[in-house]
Design a protein. Sequence first.
Length: 367
Amino acid sequence: MIPVAEVQIGEKEKEYVNDCLATGWVSSLGKYVTAFEEAFAAFCDRPYGVATSSGTTALHLALAGLNIGPGAEVIVPSLTFVATANAVVYAGARPVFVDCDPLTWTIDPTAVAAAVTPRTQAVIVVHLYGHPADMDPILAVAREHNLAVIEDAAEAHGARYKGKRVGSLGTVGCFSFYGNKIITTGEGGMVVTADRTLAQRMAWLRDHAMSKDRRYWHQEVGYNYRMTNVQAAIGLGQLERIEEILAQKRRIGARYRERLADASGITAAPEAPWAQNVYWMYSVLIHDEFGLSRDQVMAGLRRGGVDSRNFFWPVHALPPYESGLRLPVSEDLAARGINLPSSPSLTNDQIDFTCDTLTGLRDAYAG
Ligand SMILES: *Cc1c(COP(=O)(O)O)cnc(C)c1O
């Protein structure tokens, strides 16, 4: 079975982890946390990085750092992993779901503008499946209404918007280093920002909001959202190879596109003229003309030895958030989308096999 994603751990990761074990620095103190924060922030063209225990806690820490809480509304796209919305609820604020753009599958800037109310304090954009959101019109709305812009870049490390790295465009950029993300620390996350005061506040909240000069004196309800030195050691090793990983992702994206761009009944993953997609998951849409439903296609791929994933359910339709709201673009994309195998180690032959298996299902149906 060709897997959807595969973790690759290199020699550097092992060397750095062994260093943690040999020296006893296995908890959240130690040189790798700071080194990883500095190196990853620099990779994102930001001066400050605050490492966290996950991408979800990175999002929550960003909201808490920005003092977004009860009474506030936060605009989020519905087509995302559920953690984007859950973090808003953890902060005590209310997620306001908006629709996506049918061409880039990311948050629709006109829907953002239409959703602003006097209670709106922030917008979370999601760079879905590795494709950046259209930032300029969203940043303009944010400036006009004095909103914070949180980039959920959990799926898009290294992607570019008009030449700029994702994570460097908003007030804060939040990343995940879960096992199947572009780079991993096992579990982990980071918030990057250019705002020094905010970075210091987030680092303080991450560590129980304890006073720097008065031990066990806590002025706010903080969190333990720390990353361990062992996790950071893995992350630093991974980060030293990230350009290589991204080059493989670009190769995979180009190969799929070449093979699927003209396939009838299929829409290949987007790449807007202003975007550089990093294809966290190379994804396609299955249209009615294909002749088989999305779920039939996934079952057919599995029979042929190719693993795949359905798109996220639109979050506004999940039980905790269900309100009768309809967001037709997100609902349509969610019903049609499939993530195909996308590991950096995927060979061109495996991509060709995946595409042949996919188009073969349609031809078999048509025949
Ligand atoms: C993975 C992911 C997260 C959460 O990251 P974790 O490290 O799993 O907590 C948040 N948002 C998006 C869009 C993700 O894909």
